[in-house]
Design a protein around this ligand. Sequence first.
Ligand code: ADP
Ligand code: MG
Length: 292
Amino acid sequence: ATPTSIMVGTGRAAELGVLFHKGDALQTLQEARLVALDKTGTLTEGRPALTDLLPCDKSQEATILRLVAGAEAGSEHPIARAIASEAERRGLDLPRAEAFDAIPGKGLTARVEGRTLLIGNAALMRDNAVAPEDFSADAGALASEGKTPLFVAIDGQPAAILAVADPIKDGTPEAIRALHDMGLSVAMLTGDTPETARAIARQLGIDRVEAGLLPADKVARLKDLQSEHGKIAFVGDGINDAPALAQADIGIAIGSGTDVAIEAADVVLISGDLRGVVNAFSISRHTMRNIR
Ligand code: ADP
Ligand code: MG
């Protein structure tokens, strides 16, 4: 009856929008004791909005937003879209950027109207000899509200702090509670600022936070978690998540995510709703119980 119950389980899961690419994922999933989730686009909508624009010199506000939006036009990061919509809302015409360079997990640099812009997190500032402490706004306060602070330096000088906030998806709080009720530990893995990540984890009751991670760090951190906890499921959506989806014992991708993530996954959730992860676990447990 083994292959039959697996077929039944796989079919039942598909009806709920949970696609098991490989039959053994249905068997392996119920062995996992920890679920690690990417933050942006997985726990959250992945559509941040600009919430704060705090220039060091207030009279420069509009100029700074124009230059930043011009520089971000070269980026495909959700943060870039947040800035573009604010520039559009204000009807700003955007200058062209040259020498655009994305720095994975940190931000970007570009030349706009003859000026060099550096936009990103505190690590990017430090890498370029700009002290995050020299900005007039309080990045820590923004982060403790769950917002992601972004530093803007122009020609090597502090110019502004911007913040974006990414709403938590509707189904996320319930999904985290249900995973806990099933006796699973829940961890968050993100490239975002540690304070921001901790604020969001606190709202959701997530047990463990690994933040400030570069894409390659996510794999290393998963290996650490595997040696501590045994089998692990990882849920992600982005291009940067593909290596982690492959490293996890069960990689779960969100169907609205990138093709690269979907290809690397063992399980795909048709909708972005994380209650799909809960359904995947319960079907896996039921199926394997029937076999034994
Ligand atoms: P996540 O795990 O949240 O998807 P990323 O690795 O994509 O994180 O990005 C990590 C951090 O790098 C962001 O929180 C942000 O501070 C900075 N960053 C990345 N891309 C950009 C960008 N286009 N503009 C400004 N900052 C960026
Ligand atoms: Mg993501």
